[in-house]
Design a protein around this ligand. Structure first.
Ligand code: PLP
Length: 391
């Protein structure tokens, strides 16, 4: 007779914790009057002409599946966009796949690459999904800590300390959630040389590329010798305020996108047709909207950084994305304790840095995608709270 199991859940899943952000927001949602700087999503509604394109497509009866790779006209538009904005040329017939957000693109890329025990390097603090997605694919997630002293840029030296013969891929996210770090071209060149020397595939999640406030965003795929070993991952959620539409894409060598396509075909079929129609409009005519929103986030960033300075809370200037990542280590509380007390005593929700990995201890993430009046009120309350802690 079979011995009864304690649990039917797959073993490799059991130890993966729930997202620290979700846990925190379960607490937030049970309270009234909270100002939230917690959620990493635009407070803008999707520009109307983008919504209209989707509505028109429904009126014209576009309600069926699309090609598994995504609408050809959208892939063609993505190819034009990556050429214009990132200076990388992809073939829309074989090198681009439209996905359900960047989230699916990251998952497909990891699953297409990893065999059990393969290692993936990624910089930390980082987006909450990376470690778990690697674990789900039976890979080994190898975090490489980045430091406040380097404004959370990734260095070759830090990578060299963690690479092994089992390392297969390097996962990058610049501008970074949660630190707002960006990489100058020279920094990226170092990382590219590292990837070439160790024969690694680079997965580059550039979802915040359009939200770069200082300098120019450089895609690692555009550097010499990198297109053939990079999967460029991107989407519409942040730049075009389209989180709920769930459309993203991956561009890369045909062999890899073809492998990703197999998983996508059997598990998802295609991204929603309506969402793809909206994404097409965003790519064709959304530049001005993206620029307008970026300008507005920049104003909020400047306000929030100036407030931290006034309070004497060290915070590097985030050069991209829409997150500030101030250092709160001086108060003698863990990041979680600090955020819980801030919520409890002042009704302001920020996310403890540890939600983004152990190297986030001593920090908290404040998303400035919230409305400026709310940011101002949150900063007033935070100033009161920290003054009290210092007494
Ligand atoms: N990648 C990063 C770095 C993110 O911060 C997020 C969302 O916060 C995503 C991917 C998810 O993007 P999408 O909505 O396109 O799935």
């Amino acid at each position: 007779m079979k011995t009864p199991r304690n649990s039917y859940v797959a073993r490799h899943l059991v130890d993966v914790p729930r997202s620290g952000i979700r846990d925190f927001f379960d607490i937030v949602s049970s309270r009234k009057g909270v100002i939230s700087l917690g959620i990493g999503e635009p407070d803008f509604v999707t520009p109307w002409h983008i919504c209209e394109a989707a509505i028109f497509s429904l009126e014209r009866g576009a309600t069926a599946y699309t090609s598994n790779l995504g609408l050809m006209e959208l892939r063609e538009e993505i190819a034009r966009y990556t050429e214009r904005v990132y200076r990388v040329t992809y073939d829309p017939r074989t090198e681009i796949i439209v996905t359900v957000g960047v989230s699916e693109a990251v998952d497909l890329a990891i699953r297409a690459l990893l065999e059990p025990g393969d290692e993936v390097l990624y910089h930390e603090p980082c987006y909450v999904s990376y470690g778990p997605v690697i674990t789900f694919a039976h890979g080994r997630a190898v975090a490489v800590a980045t430091r406040r002293e380097d404004e959370f840029r990734l260095t070759r030296a830090a990578l060299e300390a963690k690479v092994t013969p089992r390392t297969k891929a390097l996962l990058l996210n610049f501008p970074t959630n949660p630190t707002g770090a960006i990489m100058a071209r020279a920094d990226l060149e170092d990382i590219a040389a590292f990837a070439r020397e160790h024969d690694l595939i680079v997965l580059s999640d550039e979802i915040y590329a359009e939200l770069t406030y200082e300098g120019e965003h450089h895609s690692i795929a555009a550097l010499p010798g990198m297109k053939e070993r990079t999967i460029h991952l991107n989407g519409f959620s942040k730049a075009f305020a389209m989180t709920g539409w769930r459309v993203g894409y991956a561009c890369g060598p045909a062999e890899l996108t073809d492998a990703m396509m197999k998983i996508h075909q059997y598990t998802i079929m295609c991204a929603s047709t309506m969402g793809q129609k909206a994404a097409l409009e965003a790519m064709r005519s959304g530049d001005a909207d993206a620029a307008f929103m970026r300008k507005d986030y920049e104003k909020r960033r400047n306000y929030i950084c100036a407030s931290f300075k006034e309070m004497g809370i060290p915070c590097h200037i985030p050069k991209g994305a829409f997150y500030a990542f101030p250092y709160i280590g001086e108060f003698g509380l863990s990041a979680k304790e600090f955020c819980l007390r801030l919520l409890d005593e002042e009704n302001v929700a920020c996310v403890p840095g540890t939600a983004f990995g152990p190297s986030g201890e001593g920090f908290m993430r404040c998303a400035y995608a919230a409305n400026l009046n709310n940011i101002k009120e949150a900063m007033t309350r935070l100033a009161r709270f920290t003054a009290k802690l210092r007494q």
